[in-house]
Write a protein that binds this ligand. Structure first.
Ligand code: GLC
Length: 560
């Protein structure tokens, strides 16, 4: 461990809390910042914490409640920072701990909460513990903190089991021992630069509780837990056997994913979090087979929220959406946790592009599709998401209606999955292109030093500057929707929707005085005018108590 980083800047009352409701997170809208690509404060072409800090007023004005930052810790960046070499240090490329401190303080002063990413399933291969494990050789206690095993075969030349890395290829890499001979193998569910911790070892738990405290003392309001379903592996690391790993992933409990033992870890973490004031939260990145299994992560003594990936993966189809909404609410109700809704993040093709393509292509798409249709549906999907009870996540740039960049040249790609050819993955760079702030300029206002991934030539027109004050722009739609959500308690509150009769392909539901109608078809549909139109993602025409809801459009009504 790099002990030189173990003292956080002394916390003061100014950083420790944001005024507000204690259960703020139950209906919060949380904005994901991907620090590399949000704003570049020092002009080196790479986003940083100073860039984020200076743009906080934009986020406050957008109307979100909290900001989740993807990792900014010291890292060799083998997986864009999800390979952490020092959990208590900021990577120089993003700034310093003092920048993190300033960011947290400024956010709180603006009434925004800060959630940081925690990566406990694996470390970087440059983490002190792993370097020591390699240097100290087989049989040393430091190897027990990871999963080292002898190989199979006559000379140990085959991996210890048949698990595959999520990024492609075997989930094991053979090391060269200190004496120069080929030796043991270690487990990495992701890239070889990301060795999995052995959570059976007590030192691992101790270390992570200490890391939690470090950032809680810094004043953060919560943690997004990376690969929250992966830390515990089935006893004996059993082979998958005949099963095809790719078809099982996300559809079944795996010997390395969604093992029941992970819940013991979260019960311990919850005790740590609850020692701190200020209603701080955990949100799980847990890709489980069903939303019912996701609910296990948010039992009252565990985590607060879990991303609803079943919702993210649902097509723009009324029947499918209704099913997943019902199933989510039904699964969360018994554990008393809020549902969450999410359409995009840094790991999937942006929803404006997913919805521009035919359904059924999955969440990793490299086709532009019909951009006009995609944007129309994306806007409608956002209004639908923001009308559902619970908490919603917005990924940076979706408020600008950004499409995925599907034509990045291969030589600029950085996603490790791309290089390992996982097949189902590897195109995540397309949703990570730095976002445009201004109409013109070398990187559309991202920073003075260009942009680490090239931005498309037409992004000036999608910039914050171009859309601000522009009636009907996607940015103004988000601002208006979030303003309505703030004014009206009935939008995010509760745990139920009352479905209304609607033609095929149309979703209609009431929540108190509020009515939401989403037309997922390609045709305009007549609907009763439910009252006063609060907001619509397209042009609504009304006559004689009837409203025409255009194709791929969502409308919000207030009965009062
Ligand atoms: C999570 C992150 C993803 C990363 C992986 C390994 O799924 O969201 O970006 O590659 O974990 O840490």
């Amino acid at each position: 461990m790099s002990q030189q980083h173990s003292a956080a800047p002394a916390p003061t009352s100014a950083v420790s809390a944001v005024e507000g409701r204690p259960d703020w997170w139950r209906d919060a809208v949380i904005y994901q910042v991907y620090p590399r690509s949000f704003a570049d404060g020092n002009g080196d072409g790479m986003g940083d914490l100073e860039g984020v800090r200076t743009r906080l007023p934009y986020l406050r004005d957008l109307g979100v409640d909290a900001v989740w930052l993807s990792p900014f810790y010291a890292s060799p960046q083998a997986d864009a920072g999800y390979d952490v070499a020092d959990y208590r240090a900021v990577d120089p490329m993003f700034g310093t701990l003092l920048d993190a401190d300033a960011l947290i303080r400024d956010a709180h002063a603006l009434g925004l909460r800060i959630i940081v990413d925690l990566v406990p399933n694996h470390s970087s291969d440059q983490y002190e513990w792993f370097k020591r494990a390699l240097a100290e050789g087989p049989g040393s206690p430091s190897r027990d903190r990871y999963h080292f095993r002898p190989g199979k075969g006559k000379n140990g030349e085959q991996p210890p089991n048949d698990w595959e890395s999520i990024f492609g290829g075997p989930a094991w890499t053979r090391v060269t021992e200190p004496d120069g001979t080929p030796g043991e193998w270690y487990l990495h569910l992701f890239a070889p630069e990301q060795p999995d911790f052995n959570w059976e070892h007590p030192a691992v738990g101790d270390e992570f509780r200490s890391i939690l405290r470090f950032w809680l003392d810094m004043g953060v309001d919560g943690f997004r837990i990376d690969v929250a379903h992966g830390m515990v592996k089935a006893e004996g690391l059993p082979d998958l056997g005949d099963h095809e790993q790719l078809t099982l992933l996300g559809n079944d409990v795996m010997p390395f994913f969604d093992q029941d033992g992970v819940h013991d870890i979260y019960r311990e973490w919850r005790l740590v979090l609850d020692e701190y004031s200020g209603d701080r939260i955990f949100v799980a990145e847990a890709w489980t087979p069903t939303v019912e299994r996701t609910a296990n992560y948010v039992r009252p003594d565990e985590l607060h929220q879990a991303f609803n990936f079943q919702y993210l993966a649902t097509h723009w189809d009324a029947a499918e959406l209704r099913t997943v909404v019902n199933r989510t609410l039904d699964a969360m109700r018994p554990v008393g946790a809020p549902a969450t809704w999410v359409l995009s993040n840094h790991d999937v093709t942006r929803h404006a592009t997913r919805f521009a393509n035919p359904a059924g292509l999955g969440t990793q798409i490299r086709l532009a599709g019909d951009r006009e249709v995609g944007l129309r549906r994306a806007r409608a999907a956002t209004l639908l998401m923001l009308a559902l009870p619970g908490s919603a996540y917005v990924y940076q740039g979706e408020e600008l209606g950004l499409p995925d960049v599907v034509d990045l040249p291969d030589e600029v790609r950085q996603d490790p999955a791309y290089f390992r050819g996982a097949g189902q993955d590897g195109f995540r760079d397309g949703c990570r292109v730095p976002i445009p702030w201004t109409r013109t300029g070398p990187s559309y206002g991202f920073g003075d030093g260009g942009s680490w991934l090239p931005q498309p030539a037409d992004w000036g027109g999608l910039s914050v500057e171009a859309q601000t004050g522009e009636p009907g722009s996607t940015l103004e739609l988000y601002r208006a929707a979030l303003a309505v959500r703030r004014e009206r308690a009935d939008l995010g509150a509760g745990d139920a929707v009352e479905w209304l009769r609607a033609p095929e392909g149309v979703l209609a539901f009431r929540r108190g005085e509020f009515v939401c109608v989403a037309n997922t078809t390609g045709e305009s549909v007549p609907m009763p005018a439910y009252g006063r139109v609060l907001l619509a993602s397209g042009e609504i025409t009304e006559a004689a108590g009837e409203a025409k809801v255009p194709a791929d459009t969502t409308v919000w009504w207030s009965a009062s």
